[in-house]
Write a new protein. Structure first.
Length: 120
């Protein structure tokens, strides 16, 4: 899962919390989550990614299936050219994008269905 979000976005905060609440499922299913702050945080002030994770979902900093970072200009252009504050891609083991969506709190079942199909 490649998830680009902004740290000022309230649905993003809710999303990281619901993703943290389901961490045991993600870990068991083998889902790797690349949580990336939008380039320049979508043009608004907000926490840097390490501070955001520490404040909102501190357990995730220690989880091996979570990778956090900041979007480069190239990544932003490729995956979020329209600068949505919250967008994710579910990418299969062959590197093919299977789902593009937003708001994990509203689409949690879609993510779980995808992750449940990942072989270990």
């Amino acid at each position: 899962m490649l998830w680009l979000f902004s740290t000022w976005c309230h649905t993003c905060v809710a999303g990281i919390k619901v993703m943290q609440d389901n961490q045991a499922f993600w870990k068991q299913s083998g889902l790797i989550i690349l949580a990336v702050r939008n380039r320049n945080n979508g043009g608004y002030p907000g926490l840097q990614m390490p501070d955001f994770i520490k404040k909102i979902a501190p357990q995730l900093a220690q989880e091996p299936n979570w990778v956090t970072g900041e979007a480069s200009a190239e990544m932003a252009q490729q995956y979020n050219a329209r600068q949505f504050p919250d967008i994710y891609y579910l990418i299969d083991e062959q590197g093919q994008v299977q789902v593009v969506s937003t708001a994990p709190t509203a689409t949690l079942q879609k993510i779980k269905q995808f992750a449940g199909g990942i072989s270990q």
